[in-house]
Design a protein around this ligand. Sequence first.
Ligand code: GLY
Length: 359
Amino acid sequence: MKPITTKNAFVCFNSDAYNQVNSYIKEQSPSMIFVLVDTNTHNDCLPRFLERLESHEIIVEVMEMPEGEDHKTIDICMGVWEALSEYGADRKSLLINLGGGVVTDLGGFVASTYMRGISYINFPTSLLAMVDASVGGKTGVDLGALKNQIGVINEGEIVGIDTEFLNTLPQNQMVSGFSEMLKHGLIYDKEYWNILTHLENVDISELDTLIYDSVIIKNKIVSQDITEQGLRKTLNFGHTLGHAIESYFLENADKTPLLHGEAVAVGMLLETYISTKVCGLTTSELDIITSGVFKSFPKVNIEENDIKVILELLKFDKKNSHGKINFVLLEAIGKPKIDCEVKNETILEAFEFYSNYNK
Ligand code: GLY
């Protein structure tokens, strides 16, 4: 698969990903190399990664953080910054983030801020990080329950996608990543959406192609608007309500936390319903989208009391401006509309539609 050129970097795949990283190290000769992993990727992915890193004189140190969204915090960043400092990392050091979206987001943020910025490379190991989090330079951490409130946009040098890592990924994490792929179809490419929603028994080469296509879509959007002034906002389809739901489930002791993609799937369905009320999405496309998403995602139980708090959390969405909540909606599959205002009663109706929908 040919590398995909992004605004300031490039995304490369499988054996080429290792070739590019090895060439980069040879050419740039970093003073030290740090590999950030979490507890899972330390065991499951690091040996394969290190085996493919060519031997050189440069010291390689591995730093491990605990796995999971609840560790995407400034406290963990403090630990990584301190470790870098204790190891003697300087401005010519290189950080390689080997993990899912939490590791690539947090590691990217640590690298972008340590000594005002050192170089970094993302090696995503989850489907979600491959098709979304590791591409486009968004880095950061959560602020309490609020997702990604602290961060910077700063692209790394390379994104290396080795799809073999997906063999170590639990099924629910695969499905979670699939939700961002569905989103790419919904906001950009109806044909891609149709392919994704008619898949049966995907083999690895087919999956590679689908991942490649998703990265192409994401990159086409991001490279035109890296700082999210307009077009890039379309990537937030499903995320306004999705993030609020994810935050609520993460913080509420009575709920089992949802994976990011699971929450986004609910958010996409709610925002699809809202689209029929606000910007003319047809009911036949509502049916197509609803059955397409429910094919992969079971219904999540959301009670009336939950909804009140979820609506409160919308006030903290990063797309808000001048006190207004700005939704990304769909006029049709492949035709998103940004900066849409939505009445509270329409959001409540959407929750009712979601809860009453019979698969
Ligand atoms: N994950 C959305 C974006 O990168 O803009």
